[in-house]
Design a protein around this ligand. Structure first.
Ligand code: SIN
Length: 513
């Protein structure tokens, strides 16, 4: 099957859905391809909320909080664009029917309660509103294709002109005059224990890399401080719980955060995650105590969390909740500028798949949903403005090949070496023998495995090269921070894998050949 369109958007989370909606409103024809369903992916799972300046006077403060959390590695232009546009983007959700609670919330790293939420199911409300709005465009320029797995991009004269998909009905080729906008989310599934959804296998990053686009800062993987881990599953307890006054206690019952940061439980995520890991190592366990909030109030304010924990025998506000850090968010991604352009003409990216430069070395809580809106809309508009006149067939970028059976072992290896605390010796050992025997099987599970294997190797190489501790990357063998903050950039030059470190502010085209 073949479809021709103005813009191909891959991924239906907040960034992809809002990009597609923006393009439809601009009068464009759009194909929106999703690996599972329109409401699949991480957006629906987001609990806490969506951060945006409370008013124009809060923009500078929000920028400062974002930069502080980002530990010197935020791109100032991305932060500036974000704080200027996030509030209007969030208001646009209200126009689409999202009923935010009247009171803003606090989360770690924010000095003002600028997080809008709908109880503790904010992502679900946003995802519902966006999918409702998109369905209204179906048949009026929008084609939604679910269960479409992107196998490779197509390039003509160095420009991305479309992509090939595997679907239950057979192969699908999409040609797009405006190119391809990736909004496929992160790679949390690279780790054995994660709060990321099953779709989080980094497909967009791998697609972009194989086609020659630069990836940036893959070593920065954000651990959410408070997950309840049962077997291999991690259940999130939203950071908003600490925003409302929940406390962290070690096995001795001590409220320990004062020893790590003066902001206590509301320190940025990297600090809280490391503190919890250290206290678990020293005392055996850490609990989140919501008892000061009262059982009835806690269950009313956090119904999703309460319902998730009840089957585990935990009553919110009555019981101490045993928590530990779990992989939550892919901070690095496909390198983009503030217009959503990757380093490859015709390829755009927004949301968790992208490295817009907003998050630096450690994302500020709840900045990701609003980032998806701001940069999803920008990327869509840029792609349409840079459309070419004619459709092109193009040649396929390299497709992945890997041994599915190897991936569970790789996950364990990566989880052990590239966790909250890392060490060069362990990173090096994890890399040894990482390569997998290619066994090309054209089915989504095998391709996801290949994507994970590729990204795991790139992550380890980047983490090894970063011989410092900064934000969510902490090395016990290199505790100091480099004086000059540097990004890690990785790309495939058509013959070999390349890696470089470049200063903040380096224009993307200068950082790749
Ligand atoms: C949470 O609710 O704690 C998650 C929010 C986020 O990841 O930004």
């Amino acid at each position: 099957m073949r479809l021709d369109t103005d813009l191909l958007v891959i991924g239906g989370g907040v960034a992809g859905a809002y990009a597609a909606l923006t393009a439809c409103r601009e009068g464009a024809n759009v194909v929106l391809a999703c690996k599972t369903s329109l409401r699949g992916g991480a957006t629906r799972w987001a609990q806490g909320g969506i951060a945006a300046p409370l008013d124009p006077g809060d923009e500078a403060n929000h920028a400062l909080d974002t930069q502080r959390a980002g530990r010197g590695l935020c791109e100032p232009q991305a932060v500036d664009v974000f704080v200027r546009e996030a509030r209007a983007a969030v208001e646009a959700l209200v126009d689409l029917g999202v009923a935010f609670d009247p009171q803003g919330a606090l989360e770690g790293g924010h000095r003002r309660p600028r997080i809008r939420h709908t109880g503790d199911a904010t992502g679900d409300a946003i995802s519902r509103a966006l999918s409702r709005a998109l369905h209204a465009w179906e048949g009026r320029g929008l084609h939604i294709k679910t269960r479409a797995f992107a196998r490779n991009l197509r390039l003509a004269g160095g420009r991305v002109v479309g992509a090939d998909f595997l679907t239950p009905e057979g192969p699908l080729r999409v040609r797009a005059r405006g190119g391809v906008l990736l909004a496929t989310g992160g790679f949390g599934q690279l780790y054995p224990v994660t709060t990321a959804p099953p779709e989080g296998t980094g497909d967009g990053l791998a697609l972009a890399y194989r086609a020659g686009a630069a990836l940036r800062d893959l070593e920065f993987v954000q651990f959410h401080p408070t997950a309840v881990v049962a077997g291999k599953r991690a259940y999130l307890v939203t950071e908003a719980a600490r925003g409302e006054g929940a406390q962290l206690l070690n096995a001795r019952g001590e409220r320990f955060m004062a020893r790590y940061d003066s902001a206590l439980e509301l320190a940025p995520r990297d600090v809280v995650a490391r503190a919890i890991a250290a206290e678990i190592a020293a005392t055996g366990r850490v609990d989140l105590d919501l008892r000061p909030l009262g059982a009835e109030w806690a269950a009313r304010r956090f119904p999703t969390v309460a319902a998730t924990l009840r089957p585990l025998g935990l009553e919110l506000g009555r019981d101490l909740i045993p928590v530990q850090p779990a992989v939550h968010y892919t901070v690095g991604g496909v390198q983009t500028d503030v217009q959503g352009r990757s380093t490859l003409p015709g390829l755009y990216a927004a949301g968790e798949v992208a490295s817009s430069g907003l998050h630096g070395a450690n994302r500020l809580a709840s900045n990701s949903l609003s980032e998806g809106l701001v940069f999803g809309a920008r990327a869509a508009r840029t792609a349409l403005a840079e459309s070419v006149l004619a459709f092109a067939e193009g040649d396929p970028s390299p497709a992945p090949g890997a041994d599915w059976a190897g991936v569970p072992a790789l996950r364990e290896r990566l989880g052990a070496a590239a966790g909250v605390q890392r060490h060069g010796t362990e990173l090096r050992a994890a890399l040894e023998g990482w390569g997998l025997a290619p066994a090309v099987q054209p089915d989504p599970a095998a391709l996801e495995a290949a994507n994970l294997a590729l990204l795991g190797e790139l992550l380890l190489r980047a983490a090894l090269e970063r011989s410092e501790s900064r934000g969510s990357h902490s090395r016990s063998d290199c505790p100091a921070q480099w004086q000059t903050p540097l990004h890690t950039v990785q790309w495939w030059d058509g013959r070999e894998a390349r890696q470089a470190q470049v200063p903040v502010g380096t224009h993307m085209l200068e950082s790749t050949p």
